[in-house]
Structure formats: C-alpha cells, structure tokens
Design a protein around this ligand. Structure first.
Ligand SMILES: [Zn+2]
Length: 402
C-alpha cells in the first residue's frame, strides 16, 4: 500500500520524502504485534532483550494474564482497569527489561533532548503525572513526552485524543503535539507514532486503507508545514519513515485454547499465539492437525525445534524473513510461552474475549506479509531491520554511539 500510494503520488508528502531519500523493505521482529514491535524499535533489540512478548501473555511472577488491549472483549475479560494500567504504565515500568535501553534514555545520556509522541514504549528519565488526576499512576517518559494527552510534558492545549478512535482523533492529537514540537524545534530526536492506519487496516483489510493513508500522509505533512515547508524541514532534520509491522487479509479464526489441554495456558491474539507449559513438545503436537496453524516453535536442549503438521525440520525457519534470528530471540524471552505459534495465511487466533478481525486485516505471524515493512530514509541510510532504527537515529546525531 505504501509503495503503490507513493508510486501514484496519492500521498503527496510521502511521495516527496521518497523522492528525496532512499527506500527499501525492512523486517520487523516476531511476534509482529504492536507492543513487541514498537518496543523493538525503541530499544533496538528483539524480545530476548526487551522482554515484551506479545499483546497478551502469562505473567509467571504474578500468576496472571497481562492484556495490552487486543480488543474491547479481551480487555473486559482480563479486567478493564488492570489492562489499562498494564498498557499505559506497567509495560514501561514493570515489564520492559531494565537491561534494555530505550532510544530516549540513550539520547538523554548523551546530552540530547528526546521527544516521543503516542508511542507505547516511552520509558525515559522524567516523572509525569496524568493530566486527569487519578486516571493513571505517575510514569517516566522522555524530556518531551506526549501520550494520548494522558501525559504531557508541556501544555499544548489539544483536545482529548481517546474520544473518537475511528474518527482519526488519535493521529490528530499526534499532529497537534508534532506541530508544537517542530514549531519550537523542541527536540533533537523525535519518535512520532501514527496508529490510525493500523486501526483502519484491521477494519477494512490492508487493501482498503488508501483513504486513511492519505489522512496519515497529511499528519506527516503537519510536521513539514510546521517547519516552513519541505526544504526547511529536510535542512533541519534527517528522517526515517517506517512501520512497526505490516498486515495481511484474514478470513477465518480459530480458538487455540480449544485444542491445548490444561494445565497448559494459551495466550493468543491476532496472528500469533503462545503456550505456557512444562511439556512443550506435547503442547506443540496438540496443534498438529489444527487448521489455521502454520508452524509451532519451541526450545529443546537450547535448540529451536520448528514443527509443521507434525513434521520437524529446522529448515522451516528459513522460509520466513530472518526466521532463525527472530524465532530464537522470541523463544529466549523469559516472559514468552514455551511454545510459539504462527498463523497460516488468511487465519487469525481468537483472543481472550473470542474476538478476531475475520473479513479485515491482521498481523503477528512470521510470514513476509506480516513482517516486511516500508523503510524510507532521508539523510539516513534506511536500515534492513526495525531493530536497527534506534542506532541509525543515534548515529545520525552522535559519533561515536553511546
Ligand atoms: Zn494492529
């Protein structure tokens, strides 16, 4: 969609950026789900380092499900208040590994001013109270920090972002924050996250988002305008434009929970699942006949076992972009299940609330369709993996790297 819209110039801002820069496709991490992928972009690492495993996972220490918002139904099933806390604060404060360093922490350590708009992985050095007292606990973000106007480092006077999700209000809020930042040149490094396209693509499918992409293009254009036009914008900033994951069409859904015997615990959502079990081989085998499962993966004696329809062959891993690297890192995450499940083309795994996006779009699997993302660099060489974005950004500001 990005390539075709840039090609026929239906997205004028992205088309002009593409003319000025260099484009390639890059590969994101696995599972290719937003909390995992955004954390990989912000920390420059796979989940073995940052420890965020999925949209929904079993917290072994606390013996409970963590749900970052798969769907309204899933959030209700996991407890709405708890889900909100896990998503907004817990992920950054408790779940994100202390051994991982965010791009904001690295930038501040080097004496730079980092800024983050709406990205869910935001851990930084400054303490913030919510703009609505009592709605959420205090949290730590970068020097310039705007998060769905629940947390704001500076008062920008933008209206509430969360009121009209499908009406594009979330990106409108991002644009207000972005305009404010660029007008003041109030940062050295900005991470500007626009999520309305993902929302529209789940609803209409990845081919049905051209109108939304044109709107998203305008939200990028808001930054260009705030700088005084293209020439001034590109004179001031180097830019990377990328996505945290892609999407593919889904037509059918399956409940993995129905096929795995207790006491194993299944957490599944979109196009990836995990099984927490003392017997990974038995749990993996229970999915051999399940339609909708492309492949399952687990560790045995430290080595990755890849299984499809009961056949085990490590060469399977090479069918996917960076398959070996991404599966190994996902399994070596201490918060991940012992078994990881990747969905077949066109299939989704129903979440805790039984919800899915059949008829629309989804992501999460290891396949190229979910995992390959556009990567456009203007003044920065576009990296081949999203986990290289952090160092690419820092390297364009600092040498040597912190
Ligand atoms: Zn999504």
């Amino acid at each position: 969609m990005f390539e075709s819209a840039v090609g026929d110039r239906s997205t004028p801002t992205l088309a002009r950026l593409a003319e000025a820069g260099e484009y390639r496709r890059a590969v994101t991490t696995f599972p290719s789900l937003t909390p995992v992928c955004l954390t990989s972009i912000a920390t420059g690492a796979h989940p073995d380092v940052h420890h965020i495993p999925h949209l929904v996972w079993w917290n072994r220490q606390e013996q409970r499900i963590v749900e970052y918002g798969s769907s309204f139904g899933a959030v209700r099933a996991a407890g709405a208040r708890r889900s909100l806390r896990d998503t907004v604060v817990g992920m950054n404060r408790d779940h994100l590994s202390k051994d991982a360093e965010t791009v904001y922490e690295a930038a501040e350590r080097a004496g730079l001013t980092p800024a983050a708009v709406n990205i869910t992985c935001y851990r930084g050095a400054h303490r913030y109270l919510p703009t609505v007292p009592g709605l959420a606990p205090a949290t730590f973000g970068p020097r310039r920090f705007f998060f769905y106007n629940l947390y704001e480092s500076d008062p920008i006077g933008a209206p509430l972002a969360i009121r009209d999700r499908s009406g594009g209000s979330v990106d409108e809020y991002a644009a207000a924050a972005g305009r404010w930042l660029v007008t003041r040149d109030g940062f050295d490094l900005l991470v500007y996250y626009l999520s309305d396209l993902d929302f529209a693509s789940h609803l209409h499918g990845p081919d049905g988002v051209r109108d939304q992409l044109v709107k998203t293009d305008g939200t990028v254009g808001a930054l260009v305008d705030a700088a005084g036009g293209f020439d001034d914008f590109l004179e001031r900033y180097a830019v990377l434009v990328c996505s945290d994951h892609a999407q593919t069409h889904v037509h059918r859904a399956v409940r993995l929970q129905d096929h795995v015997r207790e006491p194993a615990i299944v957490t599944a959502s979109n196009r990836a699942g995990m099984i927490y079990t003392d017997e990974p081989r038995i749990a993996a085998a229970s999915l051999d006949e399940v339609e909708g499962v492309d492949a399952v993966f687990f560790l045995e004696d430290g080595a990755v076992v890849a299984r499809r329809y009961g056949d085990e062959d490590a060469a399977l891993l090479d069918e996917y972009p960076l398959g070996r690297e991404r599966v190994t890192a996902a399994l070596r995450n201490p918060n991940a299940g012992e078994v990881l499940v990747s969905a077949a083309d066109g299939w989704e795994f129903a979440d805790l609330g039984g919800m899915h996006h059949a008829g629309g779009g989804s992501h999460g699997s290891l396949t190229a369709g979910d995992s390959e993302v556009p990567m456009l660099g203007i003044g920065i060489d576009p990296p081949a993996r999203t986990i290289d974005v952090k160092d690419a950004m820092l390297a364009s500001l600092l040498s040597p790297l912190p």
